[in-house]
Design a protein around this ligand. Structure first.
Ligand code: DGT
Ligand code: CA
Ligand code: CA
Ligand code: ZN
Length: 597
């Protein structure tokens, strides 16, 4: 078992012990151990081999053996028994935001709550708010949490969904019966979360394709197994549909199941206005056979009809591009198919020239071991070099984020020195910019001295506390930070965690206005769990002059690769290369920074 998974187990143990009301010192030993392990620089395998794990400060004797067992075998009897000794309903309750082990225990002991359903009833009957330490607000918060949990449970992060989809897609493409295969739906449209996967295969021999699909090892349940359509549920809960169509229908099926529904409706209207009905099966001349859906292709080609498109005209449509062209449109990239003006733009040749991953020359907003990251300056720069970048911006937390080991002024100044020395050593072709992710304090003031901020190349300002301020307070707080001359970028502007935590209340249109007026960049936080600021807001904001930076918020070398998820969101937001700071070269970036100062 790798380190990150062991950290999760230790954290789980701490929560379970809390739930059982175990000794607080014991509980702390596990949570401390998890934190120490998580931020430890040395390689865990090396340490264990050298028998040095017990020498690490913060990892107590009781933990050493358990970590070693987990590392060697991936299992731990103690953990399995502990989990088994707690009612599953209680473990489920831990998934509700704001409910930890202690609170769940209290709810269980005081009013006998044993499952999410009984908890919901107890909140509604007023039992929970009457409990000491809970109150009306927390009862309401729990109810919201339960409602969100039900909605969230149905969707998955795009990043996770892609990881499930890719091997299946590869497998489908590798089958001898497959002519073409794609994954359509929200995954192809690069939505931030995905409800289910939609595979489309072109084949004249569907049965073996179906049989292969439903027998994959990752499939946990087969919910339908038909002649041309099957549905499965993978481990982890993600569901998938597979449709097999004849090759001549492929472009139409792919387009239809890519969606979105709004886009399809608009495109169908356009087809109708031109005298055709468009469906997943094909195009048919309106008012004749084949109009409502299935195009009897053979008939369509033999029947006479003055206005009917000639056989060559329709059968020549083999790609989505051909379909769009037939309707007088430029090819619309899937990520723009959201029914937000893409058809009008495609008609007038005004589709954007979307930014691509290859345009990215470096990234800002990344953490190192100085705060809560896992890599050193050297390691992070080497990883950036491996991605082909010219530069890397390091922006560790500031001191108000104490849980992330944020830097105080003195440590920031030392970090600047280390980065300067690193750049001057000539050891790396990647230039490192010294930045900070500075906390915006509840009143909108900044967490570091002016002189410290001035010594940095750039500063990302972020909210990490007092999330429950009113919309007015939060908006004023963030705008005050934007107006500060040391501010280069605003980090994750709504604080949302997809499928887990709602955005805090904030008037983003005012924030965007302030950012434009003050030449402050807003980031697309590319962490697949954030993707904040939301794609829906970018097109208009960028047209009005807002500059974007695609920031992976990496906490490790691997985390840098999240920039791709951010590029997706930039593309969904209609952004072009010029609107993204980190498509500029080093000199271009420096020019922006200096103009802002
Ligand atoms: P998801 O799965 O909730 O993340 O979102 P999608 O967009 O993948 O939706 P899904 O899987 O229900 O359907 C895939 C596509 O099929 C959808 O984007 C558009 C098309 N589609 C499905 N149902 C309808 C419908 O009732 N009308 C139209 N026009 N298109 C539909
Ligand atoms: Ca879908
Ligand atoms: Ca579907
Ligand atoms: Zn942050």
């Amino acid at each position: 078992m790798n380190k990150a998974d062991i950290v999760d187990v230790l954290e789980d143990i701490a929560v379970l012990l809390e739930l059982k009301g175990d000794n607080p010192f014991k509980i702390r030993a596990y949570s401390t151990g998890a934190r120490v392990l998580e931020t430890m620089e040395a390689d865990l395998g090396d340490l264990i081999e050298a028998g040095q794990l017990s020498a690490v400060k913060g990892i107590g004797a009781a933990l050493v053996e358990k970590i070693e067992t987990l590392h060697a075998t991936g299992e731990l009897a103690y953990y399995t028994e502990l989990r088994g000794s707690v009612a599953p309903g209680l473990i489920e309750m831990l998934e509700i935001p704001g409910l930890g082990g202690k609170k769940v225990k209290k709810l269980h002991d005081a009013i006998g709550v044993e499952s999410i359903d009984t908890l919901k009833a107890a909140c509604e009957s007023g039992e929970v708010e009457a409990l000491k330490g809970f109150g009306k607000k927390s009862a309401e918060k729990i109810l919201t949490g339960i409602a969100n949990r039900a909605a969230y449970a149905k969707r998955h992060h795009w990043w996770t969904a892609r990881a499930v989809a890719l091997p299946i897609l590869e497998g489908l493409r590798g089958l001898p019966q497959t002519e073409r295969a794609e994954v359509a739906g929200s995954l192809r449209r690069l939505r931030e979360t995905v409800g289910d996967l939609d595979f489309i295969v072109a084949s004249a021999d569907p049965q073996p394709v179906m049989d292969w699909f439903v027998t994959q090892p990752a499939v946990a349940e087969v919910t339908a197994h038909g002649a041309t359509k099957s549905s499965v549920r993978f481990e982890g809960g993600l569901q998938a549909d597979l449709r097999v169509v004849p090759a001549e229908q492929f472009a139409f099926a792919l387009h239809h199941f890519t969606g979105s529904k709004d886009h399809n409706v608009a495109l169908r209207q356009r087809a109708l206005a031109r005298g055709y009905s468009l469906s997943e099966w094909g195009l048919a001349k309106k008012g004749e056979e084949g109009d409502l859906g299935a195009v009897p292709r053979s008939e369509a080609t033999t029947r006479p009809g003055a206005e009917r498109p000639g056989p060559n005209e329709l059968s020549a449509i083999k790609t989505e591009k051909g379909l769009f062209k037939f309707l007088g449109l430029a090819e619309i990239p899937p990520e723009l198919r959201e029914g937000r003006g893409e058809i009008e733009a495609a008609e007038t040749q005004k589709l954007p020239n979307l930014v691509t991953s290859a345009d990215i020359r470096g990234v800002f907003h990344n953490h190192t071991i100085a705060s809560d990251g896992r890599g050193t300056i050297e390691e992070m720069a080497a990883a950036a070099g491996a991605l082909g970048w010219d530069y890397l911006g390091l922006a560790d937390h500031s001191k108000a984020s104490y849980q992330a080991n944020g830097l105080d002024d003195a440590r920031v100044l030392r970090m600047i020195e280390s980065i300067r020395a690193f750049n001057e050593s000539g050891a790396s072709a990647v230039h490192v910019f010294s930045g900070i992710e500075c906390d915006i304090l509840p009143d909108g003031s900044l967490d570091l001295e002016e002189s410290t901020l001035d010594a940095l190349d750039y500063a990302v300002m972020s909210v990490h506390s007092s999330f429950s301020q009113s919309e007015e307070e939060m908006t004023a707080r963030v705008i005050r930070a934007i107006e500060h001359p040391a501010t280069t970028m605003l980090g994750h502007p709504t604080g949302r965690i997809l499928l887990r935590r709602e955005p805090y209340k904030i008037d983003l249109s005012k924030v965007i206005d302030a950012a434009i007026a003050n030449r402050v960049i807003i980031e697309i936080n590319a962490s697949p769990r954030r993707l904040d600021m939301d794609w829906r807001l970018w097109r208009r904001a960028a047209e009005r002059g807002l500059m974007c930076s695609i920031n992976p918020d990496a906490h490790s070398m691997e985390g840098l690769s999240y920039f791709d998820a951010g590029v997706n969101i930039a593309r969904k937001g209609w952004l072009e290369k010029e609107q993204v700071l980190n498509s500029r070269d080093c000199a271009g970036v420096l020019r922006w920074f200096s103009q802002r100062k």
